[in-house]
Design a binder for this molecule. Structure first.
Ligand SMILES: [Zn+2]
Ligand SMILES: [Zn+2]
Length: 219
């Protein structure tokens, strides 16, 4: 986490405003600061790690977006511990739905109907009906379009062009930055969308190869 802290501090020093995803939807490009980073986290493995990362960011007055799964085997959003983790997360960050097309394909049925059902479940968990979504494992199973997720009542889809084409998009998926860490990119673009997985940055009990394998199998 030392390096993560360094990257955030460096970005703030260079006058980047670090924002949750919904800010890009709420604000027009004119009212956004000249430099911005939309910071997104996928909670693939552990809500506890997500809370740790959110608290770490909150100490720097940073609010990011955390996308939470409803069909993980790694955690169960229905248990009391998870519910309290989600509540803690909501106090310092934004929370959205990390929808799982792989799960929808496995159980069969219309993905939009299943997504709509998950939106309702997430809405009950968050006590809010306004939140966005991000696809889980899009490299393996693809993602829905912005139009489709909006039709299912979600505010935005994190892989929409406004996030991934109109801004420099960087991700640490699979425990590595394909295009290099954000610290190497600062100053080279004014607007970023950055995806950081807490599991690669905080101590987790399993090696990353095991996590990657388990995620691919649907855990
Ligand atoms: Zn994911
Ligand atoms: Zn770096």
């Amino acid at each position: 986490m030392d390096h993560y802290g360094y990257v955030l501090d460096r970005a703030l020093e260079l006058n980047y405003e670090i924002l949750p995803m919904s800010e890009a939807v709420r604000q027009s490009s004119k009212t956004l600061r000249p430099r911005s980073i939309l910071l997104r986290h996928d909670v693939d493995v552990s809500l506890e790690l997500a809370v740790k990362m959110a608290n770490f960011e909150s100490q720097r007055m940073i609010r990011a977006t955390y996308f939470v799964r409803l069909h993980a085997r790694y955690y169960d959003t229905e248990d009391t511990e998870s519910k309290s983790a989600i509540d803690r997360l909501r106090q310092v960050a934004e929370v959205g739905l990390h929808y799982e097309l792989g799960y929808y394909q496995m159980i069969g049925g219309d993905p939009l109907t299943l997504l709509n059902r998950d939106r309702e479940r997430m809405s009950a968990l968050l006590n809010s009906c306004s939140f966005g979504s991000a696809a889980h494992m899009p490299g393996m199973v693809g993602h829905l379009s912005e139009e489709e997720t909006k039709a299912a009542g979600l505010t935005y889809e994190a892989y929409a062009p406004v996030f991934t084409r109109d801004r420099k998009y960087l991700s640490d998926s699979g425990a590595r930055w394909r295009e290099g860490c954000l610290c190497q990119w600062l100053d080279q673009a004014d607007h970023f969308t950055v995806l950081v997985h807490p599991v690669w940055w905080l101590n987790w009990k399993e090696p990353s190869a095991t996590v990657i394998e388990r995620l691919a199998s649907g855990d």
